[in-house]
Design a protein around this ligand. Sequence first.
Ligand code: G6P
Length: 636
Amino acid sequence: MCGIIGVVASAEFKRERRLGTLIKQALKHLEYRGYDSVGFAIITYDGRLVVRKSRGMIDAVSVKLGFDELDGYIGIGHTRWATHGPPSDSNAHPHIDCRGRVAVVHNGIIENYMELKNYLMERGHSFSSETDSEVIPHLIEEFKKLGASPYDAFKAAVSVLKGAYALAAIDLDSPDRIFFARSTSPLVVGIGSSENYVASDIPAFLEYTRNVVVLRDGEVGYITSDEVHVEKLICGRAGHSEVSSELQVVLNALEAVPVDLRNRVREIDWTPEMAMRGGYPHFMLKEIHEQPQAVSSTLAGVASEVRQVAEHLKGVERVIVVGAGTSYHASYIGALLLSNVAGVWSIPIISSEMRWYLRSLGEGDAVIAVSQSGETIDTLLAVREAKKLGVLTVSLSNVVDSAIPRESDLVIYTRAGPEIGVAATKTFTTQVVALAYLAAELARVKGFMNSGEFTKYVAELRRLPEIIAGVIAQYEAKARRIAKNMVNKKSAFYLGRGYGLPISMEGALKLKEIAYIHAEAYPAGESKHGPIALVEEDFPVIFTALSDEEYGLIKSNIEEMRARYAWVIAVVPKINNVVGEVLKLASECIPLPPLNPAVAPAAYIIPHQLIAYYTAVFKGHDPDKPRNLAKTVTVY
Ligand code: G6P
């Protein structure tokens, strides 16, 4: 998925930190987006373009290539998650043109790169990587040969690209600016006091400024040390131009209108500390511990957004809740909440599967898109397609002004603060809490809940921060103990019913993605229809029930697993008879405060997060950077 950063000061400006160090540290904040290779390009104070890049992770590459020794006043950097071409020194970004005057970093996929590459090779360009991105500096070079200014050449190059991209480019022929462009992949400008920034995400420059402009699709522009210039490229929307046209024709047709940024600059309320580890060994553990605060900020902030959305959902008959990864599990809980609390027909759908359901949707239906980043391409496309059909679109996101909220009719923001660990934790709990609030508000406006019931429900939601803090304090040591035994396992089942099912799905995903243990979640009732064939002595089976009703339904499944000598762990409500039985049936019992099951998911996921975290750590893996994964997935 890749992370990009660009920073520009004036040539006279000398900062305390060398530019190489600044870019390295910015890239570390973007490492969650990819970490198989890293590189940067700097224009030095004596006017040279220096490019250093290599396969490997930032700290190691930085030492190997001496990032900290390099200084200059303008530079770009990149951390890569390979799409086209495996991780290697030559496939690492930045990529340069034939003359070594233009350097480009790219996040996304250029779909027509083969066509462009062949075209450029016919004109004598030589390529040194297998990436799609390398066509961009060569295109810029080619347009400059036709007499275009560096900025026009950049815009013309952008106008022939098809696909998804966030780009930053520097050019020795225009050495005071960084050019940028965005189509689908995220890109944010940071406005500093003596320098400006452009990056894939805000934490990259949060240490220096909180004033940001979130760029929109089709926007191009440049930053200098004291100017931010943005234009909307008219023919530049991906796919409008054809490479088969003569380049001169493309250049002549280039049209862009300036964008007024006066109402677009936002001061965000994240602090630099939020994007730092703050004494914890990993961001994931810090973010697990931040959940009480994240839930409390979300509950404090969402009331009016939730009320507005509930008013619009009042007359809607069917609601589809879409999301990917962990956000899909929150969507699953959302659909259960809407059905069970608000009496609205609702189902969860994985974003990338949404197209198969769209054909039966139309006016009178609603889609709720859940995405912490607000950028996941499959979820964005689900919203776009639904909107075309007249479906009401609502998004639930953690990033203000990101693509999915911007394209939705209505939005609810979680207030979890930046989440850096690739495995989502605090954004999940804030999503389920916001959805629980929405379900209650909808039930209230529809007359499904009277005001006394609503008040009681909301009061229980407001107790969650304290309850979550208590669960962490009480069960962290036990999670470590369970994790010690989990490290030797090859596979695990997570079983539950009702709300216990999406919690099981999320628990299994956590174990799989960071501890690399094959884990599957099933509706507990389905376990007899296949999965149980795998169960033998000491096979881990983790049950979750959020209420005595759910427990009553999984009890026989626990018995079945015990009869096969499975290693049974049960997360259940602390109700006397339930705990009494579980202590006899299961190897490990984790009794949690009994709650309204609609409110409980945010608390009942905690032991699963902790077990997965400590299993990963005991196995020697870095839970913040699981292999092959990226936090924001902007490719389909
Ligand atoms: C990736 C991340 C997951 C995340 C999913 C959806 O797979 O690794 O942690 O849940 O994307 O991301 P979103 O930003 O849409 O919630």
